[in-house]
Design a protein around this ligand. Structure first.
Ligand code: ADP
Ligand code: MG
Length: 240
């Protein structure tokens, strides 16, 4: 089954042409990493998927349904997004950060939401922080809470935009481990990352973006060991 299909996506910010015809199909359970230089359009691409950005041309389908302004609220509840900045509500406890959206958007009863939150906090190793405010947590812990919060909605697709870029190096692994666990559980995911070893380990496919285009795409062994494109090669040399 195809979860996401992007066809000929073009996006301008005013006169700045940032996505120059993106085509991508994501099957259920696939994990795709998107790599590429800063400014190549990776974040904009992810943001177009759930209409956080308008685009001028192209079509995006979620499970066969064209995403439009009319159905976006329903579709957004099936697409989890985790950003570089954790975007937790600072005045709410970890628990309340988790249960807010499912109670509001899905009318989930509170006891059910709390039960689900406890399970997810166990899963990301943070049950003991359930009553803390985000400000009392490390960056890595906050990001794990943000992931658990996204999972509260039972998403069918998870989008990660550089989820570890804002973290101190010693906190990166605990977040990558949670994402890896999610990948192994069969979640369909698009992950923008600069963590090349991680991308190599978890991805079914790696997409290299440069200057608004997908320049090269393939299995990680191929992209990392034997890239065909000169720009992919140059980019990866910086990480070796
Ligand atoms: P990446 O995530 O690959 O670093 P982005 O998608 O953030 O790239 O940015 C792609 C291009 O679009 C860059 O030139 C960036 O400066 C520009 N851009 C991103 N967001 C905006 C915005 N809100 N307004 C104008 N230009 C933007
Ligand atoms: Mg970005």
């Amino acid at each position: 089954m195809t979860v996401l299909k992007v066809e000929d996506l073009h996006k301008y910010f005013g006169k700045l042409y940032v996505l120059k015809g993106i085509d991508l199909e994501v099957k259920k359970g696939e994990v795709i990493s998107i790599i590429g230089p800063s400014g190549s359009g990776k974040s904009t691409f992810l943001r177009c998927i759930n209409l956080l950005e308008e685009y001028q041309q192209g079509k995006i389908y979620f499970k066969g349904e064209l995403i439009t302004h009319r159905n976006i609220n329903r579709i957004r509840s099936s697409i989890g997004m985790v950003f570089q900045q954790f975007n937790l509500f600072p005045h709410l406890s970890v628990l309340n950060n988790l249960i807010l959206a499912p109670m509001k958007v899905k009318n989930m009863p509170k006891d059910e939401a709390v039960e689900k939150a406890r399970k997810l906090l166990e899963r990301v190793g943070l049950i003991e922080k359930i009553n803390e405010k985000p400000g009392n947590l490390s960056g890595g812990q906050q990001q794990r809470v943000a992931i658990a919060r996204a999972l509260m909605m039972d998403p069918e697709l998870m989008l990660f935009d550089e989820p570890t870029s804002a973290l101190d190096p010693e906190l990166v692994k605990e977040v990558l481990d949670v994402i890896k666990d999610l990948a192994q559980s069969g979640m369909t995911m698009l992950i923008v990352t600069h963590e090349m070893r991680f991308a190599r380990d978890v991805s079914d496919r790696v997409v290299f973006m440069d200057d608004g285009r997908i320049v090269e795409m393939g299995p990680p062994e191929k992209i990392f060991s034997n890239p065909e494109n000169e720009r992919t090669r140059e980019f990866l040399e910086h990480f070796l």
